[in-house]
Structure formats: structure tokens, C-alpha cells
Design a protein around this ligand. Structure first.
Ligand code: NAG
Ligand code: NAG
Ligand code: NAG
Length: 377
């Protein structure tokens, strides 16, 4: 009698689980290959409500990975932290884009560790955005030979819509393009992306953004950008640009102290642009009246600083990816950049960079007009 009841209950339970599974399958269009796994996990895991809870909105159809090209191109030997800055920013672009594309394609983002450079790459990005790496499945081996290879993003900074890969059913989809430098790959996930940045830390003696202080961060890129290829930071532009931004922001921010933090690859140059600039070493004593600060932080801490303290960002070398990420992660998305169409940037001239794909539309493009006045374009 009791035995019969138990059998009845078990049969009923199984029926419910199968129905539940079917319903979910209809709703989320799971691939056939995953269905059996799902049923097995329904039956083997503790309670079905646990599973319901942990079921992602769009369960992955398989994995999405990519060749990570910039390590190969730029090499990893350099000890210079500023070269590191550029490499890290390029890798942040690659990994955040893979993350965004994987969401579009309902796949799980993955990294295949092809060689030791990939380890350094992952660790470099983890220093800035530890949360991002938690989203990835990391395979400590080269990509599987049966992976389906697809080429998208042949130009660094021209968007190539990944939706065309939506019907591929292979478990491993591996992209063979590179750079993926466009906001269009991931901008719908901005708030998650910002939440991936490492937690707030003590940045003193740099000033903090709060009810009294309004902080403008300027990114300055000179050393390796003075190469005739990229447009490097130019005082003729950025001094009037900073005045322009500060007078605009002062109107909106009333009584706050307008403070400026310069970040970049040439601290000696940066320290000599404005009088009484504080070079923000840990040992530095700050006098009350200081308005200009040069960051001596590592590139990853500059990015974290921007997330928590840059009320506005001015990008003065418009094709610098490090400047781009300072803007994108910044506290309020209040970003100004030098109009790249008014420069001789080679990537732009060659058609490798489409300004509408590269620069986020909510940012403000400014330039010097023929009379030396800053105008919004
Ligand atoms: C994918 O399949 C759907 C349904 O068959 C179809 O409507 C869509 O156009 C396909 N997408 C591509 C990029 O082929
Ligand atoms: C800076 O910009 C000014 C005005 O556009 C230009 O005349 C000058 O050559 C530039 N300087 C450098 C180092 O590119
Ligand atoms: C520059 O100044 C001249 C003389 O004042 C004026 O005629 C011209 O319209 C100005 N150009 C721009 C772009 O404002």
C-alpha cells in the first residue's frame, strides 16, 4: 500500500520534470544536443527549484571563443608598463566583445589557452576586470580541432554584425578575426561590464569625486603615438578643450571644485603643462589649492580610478584604446574626444576605423575650428 503510493509519487514527479523541461525547451529554444543533458541534470541535482534558479535566461547553445591576435602582433616581451597599457586595453576590447557576441549568440564565452602568452593576457585583463573572467570558461588547451571557425571583424574598428552566425549549431564556435573594436558588440551590457571592474581602493593622494569635487580626467598619449600613424595628444588642442569642458561642466555642477587628473604615458610632459601640478606619488603631500594632478598609478589602477572617480573624461589621442576604455568605464559616461575626422590618423584615413562604430554615440566629439575655438561636431 505504502509502496504503491511511493511509486505513484515518483511517477508523478518524473512527469512534472519532463513537462517542465519541455516547456523550458520551447521557451529558450535549446539545442537538441543539450536536451538530454538537461534532463539528466534535472534528475541528478538536488531540487528542481535550485535548477530553475540557476538556469540562465538564455542557456548557452555551446561555446564561443576567438583567436586573441594582439598578443601575437605586439609581442609580450616588453617590460614597459605603457606598452602594457596598450596591450591590456586591446585585450579588454577583445574579451569584452567576445562576451557581448556570446550573449548575442546565446553561447558561453570561452578562452582556449593556446600558449603562455594567453596566460599573461588573461591575467592582464583580470587585474582590471576580475568579474569579466568569471563569465568565461577557460580551457587549458588549444582550441578543439572540430571547432567551427568563422572570420568576422577583419578591420580593427569596423563593426561586423555577429548575428549572421546565429544559426551555427556546432558546440565550439571559434572566431578567427581580431580586435573587435566597436561599442556595437557589447554596449547593451554596459552596466554589467562596469560591474566587472575591480572594487574601489584607496587612490590617494589623487582626489576623489564627491559632493565637493568634480573630476575631469585627461588621457594623454605621446611616446609611441608620435609615429606619424596615430594622432597623438597635442597641447594646442587639449588646453582649450579642457577649458571648454570645464566651463560647460561648471555650469551644470555649480559650486564644486573643478579638479583635473592627467593620465598617460609621459609624466614629465604632463607635469609641465600646468603650473603647480601635483605628481601624485604616495609620499606626496597635497596642498589644499591643488587643481592639477598627474597620476603615477599603474594602467589597471587608472582604469579603476576612472570607474569610480572620473566625472568626465577627455580623450586626446582619439584612436588610443586605453583612452577609449578610460572613457567607457568612467563614472558617468560623460566623455569628450577629439574628432578623428579632423586629424590625420592613418587607421581612419585607410578606412580601418569607422568613427560611428568606434566612438560611442552618447560621447561628445569636439575639435578646434579655424579660429582656434573648440566646437562640438
Ligand atoms: C536563422 O534561422 C531563422 C529561422 O529559420 C531565420 O529566420 C534566420 O533568417 C536565419 N538567420 C541567418 C543569419 O541565416
Ligand atoms: C599640434 O596642432 C597644431 C594645430 O593643429 C599643429 O600646428 C601642430 O603641428 C601640432 N603639433 C604636433 C606636434 O603635431
Ligand atoms: C573665424 O573668424 C572670422 C573672423 O571673425 C569669421 O568670419 C569666421 O566665420 C570664423 N570662422 C568660424 C568657423 O567661426
Amino acid at each position: 500500500m505504502l509502496h504503491g503510493k511511493l511509486v505513484q509519487v515518483i511517477v508523478l514527479l518524473l512527469l512534472v520534470l519532463f513537462l517542465l523541461n519541455d516547456q523550458l525547451e520551447g521557451r529558450y529554444q535549446w539545442g537538441r544536443r543539450f536536451r538530454t543533458n538537461r534532463i539528466i541534470s534535472f534528475l541528478t541535482e538536488k531540487t528542481s527549484s535550485d535548477i530553475m534558479h540557476s538556469t540562465p535566461k538564455h542557456p548557452p547553445k555551446g561555446y564561443l571563443s576567438s583567436k586573441l591576435a594582439s598578443s601575437a602582433r605586439l609581442g609580450w616581451k616588453s617590460k614597459s608598463s605603457k606598452k602594457h597599457e596598450r596591450i591590456t586595453a586591446n585585450h579588454i576590447f577583445e574579451l569584452v566583445s567576445i562576451y557581448g557576441i556570446s550573449k548575442t549568440l546565446h553561447r558561453k564565452p570561452a578562452i582556449f589557452i593556446e600558449d603562455s602568452k594567453y596566460h599573461s593576457l588573461v591575467n592582464g585583463v583580470r587585474k582590471v576586470m576580475p568579474g569579466l573572467l568569471n563569465e568565461f570558461q577557460i580551457f587549458d588547451r588549444p582550441v578543439f580541432p572540430e571547432a567551427k571557425n568563422e572570420l568576422i571583424s577583419q578591420k580593427c574598428c569596423v563593426f561586423d554584425n555577429p548575428s549572421k552566425l546565429e544559426n551555427i549549431t556546432s558546440k565550439y564556435l571559434h572566431l578567427t578575426g581580431h580586435f573587435y573594436q566597436s561599442w556595437r558588440y557589447f554596449d547593451q551590457h554596459l552596466s554589467e561590464i562596469k560591474s566587472f571592474v575591480k572594487p574601489l581602493l584607496d587612490f590617494s593622494p589623487l582626489p576623489e569625486s564627491d559632493e565637493n569635487n568634480f573630476i575631469t580626467c585627461i588621457h594623454i598619449r605621446r611616446t609611441d603615438f608620435v609615429d606619424g600613424q596615430h594622432h597623438s595628444s597635442n597641447v594646442t588642442f587639449f588646453k582649450p578643450a579642457l577649458e571648454f569642458i570645464q566651463s560647460r561642466e561648471r555650469e551644470r555642477n555649480g559650486r564644486k571644485n573643478m579638479l583635473t587628473v592627467l593620465m598617460g604615458d609621459d609624466p614629465n610632459f604632463e607635469a609641465n603643462i600646468y603650473e603647480n601640478t601635483v605628481i601624485a606619488d604616495k609620499r606626496t603631500e597635497i596642498k589644499n589649492a591643488a587643481e592639477y594632478f598627474v597620476s603615477k598609478n599603474s594602467p589597471d589602477n587608472d582604469l579603476a580610478f576612472s570607474r569610480y572617480h572620473c566625472d568626465t573624461v577627455l580623450i586626446t589621442a582619439p584612436s588610443s584604446t586605453f583612452g577609449w576604455w578610460l572613457g567607457y568605464l568612467s563614472k558617468r559616461q560623460n566623455v569628450y574626444y577629439q574628432d578623428i575626422r579632423s586629424t590625420n590618423d592613418v587607421n581612419y584615413k585607410k578606412g580601418e576605423l569607422n568613427p560611428d562604430d568606434f566612438f560611442v554615440p552618447r560621447w561628445t566629439s569636439i575639435k578646434l575650428d579655424e579660429n582656434g575655438t573648440i566646437v562640438v561636431v
